[in-house]
Design a protein around this ligand. Structure first.
Ligand SMILES: [Zn+2]
Length: 291
């Protein structure tokens, strides 16, 4: 029953649930390129428009492909208590223990990161420049999603704690409202030994922030009138809810920036790792994916 309800609620929010919004996803794509060594960076810079413009594509695939939504999250607390060791990190072992259906119901994002990072390595080995870019878009999207705290827990929209609609308010509306302050220094991409373990490390890092944001959300909601509190869960804009958004921003903006910064660092590092594992092939000086 609980699971049915969870799935029903998920279906209800999917339409509006574009993690990090288009803005956040394209921002992570852009910043991740800045972490790369020059040679690799030049190749990606030629395709920067494509990477930015298509960074949210996997969210749009949800409408056509019923299997797509579960690739964007994992409700890791379904599997017990932090650090959720009940869930084997190896996909085959997790499937044997919990069934494929359960894994799909509660999300597969760490395994998607593993899968698309391996694909990227393969395409670097084949020197398939077009596929490298297309692959990077998909990998980048799942990496960015896994950095959103509400993509890692059962209470993904505050629906279990009376914080309905927090998912979009935190990751999309607040980002949109403060887009001019969206900036940080890029890091330097590094080699990642085990992309699968990295996928789970990100999820475990993201998870505790959900509760922190929910606490702020509860306090910020109290700053609104009763009428506005009723309107907040379904509101698609921030202008009518100024006191709420001021409090949310003051208390959680640092978390949002830190998650975006870490997502850029991890994406850049996974690209660097794929290129390194492929033997650092020489990259073309003039290659641009169309549209
Ligand atoms: Zn997504």
């Amino acid at each position: 029953m609980k699971k049915t309800l969870t799935l029903l609620l998920l279906a209800l929010i999917l339409e509006n649930c574009l993690a990090w919004g288009t803005l956040g996803h394209s921002f992570v794509a852009e910043k991740s390129i800045q972490t790369l060594p020059k040679e690799l960076q030049n190749f990606y810079l030629q395709n920067i428009d494509y990477l930015k413009n298509h960074a949210s594509d996997p969210d749009h695939w949800k409408k056509k492909d019923a299997a797509e939504p579960s690739r964007h999250y994992i409700d890791i607390d379904f599997y017990g208590k932090y650090p959720f060791l009940e869930l084997p990190r190896n996909y085959k072992e997790a499937k044997a223990k919990f069934t494929e259906k359960t894994l799909n119901d509660y999300g597969t994002v760490p395994w998607e990161i593993e899968k698309f990072q391996a694909e990227l390595t393969k395409n670097f080995k084949k020197k398939d420049w077009e596929k490298i870019i297309l692959n990077t878009v998909i990998l980048g999207h799942y990496v960015a999603d896994s950095h959103v705290p509400f993509h890692t827990c059962l209470n993904y929209d505050g629906q279990l704690s009376g914080n309905n609609g927090i998912h979009k308010r935190f990751e999309s509306l607040m980002i949109e409202k403060h887009k001019n302050e969206l900036d940080f220094q890029p890091t330097i991409a590094h080699y990642i030994d085990e992309p699968l373990i990295e996928g789970f490390r990100i999820v475990l890092e993201s998870f505790p922030y959900a509760n922190e944001i929910l606490k702020t959300d509860s306090l910020a909601t109290q700053l609104l009138s009763e009428k506005m509190i009723r309107l907040l869960p379904k509101a698609d804009e921030f202008k009518s809810f100024e006191p709420y958004y001021e409090k949310l921003y003051n208390d959680t903006w640092k978390i949002a920036i830190q998650r975006l910064e870490k997502a850029s660092d991890v994406l850049g590092s996974l690209i660097f790792t794929a290129w390194t594992d492929a033997g650092k092939p020489e990259l073309p000086q003039n290659f641009k994916v169309g549209k």
